[in-house]
Design a protein around this ligand. Structure first.
Ligand SMILES: Nc1nc2c(ncn2[C@@H]2O[C@H](COP(=O)(O)OP(=O)(O)O)[C@@H](O)[C@H]2O)c(=O)[nH]1
Ligand SMILES: [Mg+2]
Length: 301
């Protein structure tokens, strides 16, 4: 199955909500307040979020108020949606020389460790030498889980005992990555500590250590969000964004949720690009996020 049909299948639940938006443009009548209210309601139902919904509705109003509804207007809406998601770069921004450090953050269960395994595979497929660092030392299971993935992938792992200082694991990993010419270092982190303040301090510390060790690092800080949590994911993202400068989002678990529309809210509210989407639990279930393809697939019958 090609990536296109794979994405299309993963979006089946979200697509049924977007077909409700498309349907509106096949109705006879004028773009009046009633039509705009209905458009607003349907965008909102598709979990596009208040902010992005208001934006689309006001653009449709400005362009088409009092005109007869036509299918052309749907193309206009698609263009608006696509523009909302457009980001300057897609995928990973690699360092021009030396190891590229990718730091991964997010709440427990969001899909961090699984996404790391998929990202490692993605980089290994490009013939890059990949190392992962198990800096979620808070839970023993987290280290074990990353170890299993690294064995399956055949990539290097740097780890330490549960409860050890995550920043020192990150430090070790940077040293090894430099000394042994690794191309990519992906750093796993905890999603929950005793308090949120502790967690944020720890993430900040890891980030500082990494930046001292390797020029320009971390080159990417990906926030992993669980797509099934919809608008709730945005609240989480705001918290992380305040502490660590995230460079992009990995939206995990997009398969099997109807909340794929939340991607628009994430981008509008946080101005963080969605870099990758998770489409399942397997190593290949990750796709570089392409706004054009995404919007096309959302509206396919
Ligand atoms: N269906 C689906 N499940 C996922 C995806 N990503 C992660 N998961 C599952 O979500 C659960 C939590 O993932 P994990 O990587 O351990 O989250 P972490 O606590 O953030 O590291 C696991 O059962 C994963 O298999 C995805 O893209 N799709
Ligand atoms: Mg984990």
């Amino acid at each position: 199955m090609g990536l296109g049909s794979f994405l299309r299948a993963a979006l089946s639940k979200t697509r049924s909500l977007f077909s409700g938006i498309a349907e509106l443009f096949s109705f006879k009548g004028k773009v009046d307040q009633k039509f705009l209210d209905e458009l607003e309601k349907r965008l909102y139902l598709a979990d596009v979020g208040t902010f992005a919904t208001q934006e689309i509705v006001s653009r449709v109003k400005a362009a088409y108020q009092d005109k007869e509804v036509t299918g052309e207007m749907l193309a206009f809406v698609k263009t608006q949606l696509r523009e909302m998601l457009t980001a300057p770069t897609q995928g990973i921004h690699f360092a021009s020389s030396g190891p590229t450090v990718i730091m991964i953050a997010g709440v427990n269960g969001a899909g961090k460790t699984t996404s790391i395994a998929k990202l490692a595979k993605h980089c290994m497929d490009q013939k890059k030498k990949v190392m992962v660092a198990a800096c979620d030392t808070f839970r023993a299971a987290a280290v074990a889980q990353l170890t299993i993935w690294s064995e399956r992938l055949g990539c290097e792992i740097v780890k330490n005992a549960q409860g050890s200082d995550p920043a020192s694991v990150a430090h070790d990993a940077c040293e090894k990555a430099k000394a042994r010419d690794f191309d990519v270092l992906i750093v796993d982190t905890a999603g929950r500590l005793h308090t949120q303040t502790n967690l944020m301090k720890e993430l900040d510390k890891i980030k500082r250590i990494v930046s001292k060790q390797i020029v320009g690092a971390p080159h990417e800080v990906f926030l992993v969000l669980d797509a099934t949590s919809g608008q709730n994911a945005i609240t989480q993202a705001e918290m992380f964004k305040k502490t660590i400068d995230c460079t992009g989002i990995v939206l995990a678990k997009l398969d099997g949720t109807a909340k794929g529309g939340a991607i628009f809210g994430v981008k509008q509210k946080l101005n963080l690009p969605v870099k990758f989407v998770g489409l399942g639990e397997g190593l290949d279930d990750l796709a570089i996020f392409d706004p054009q393809e995404y919007v096309e697939k959302l509206f396919e019958d």
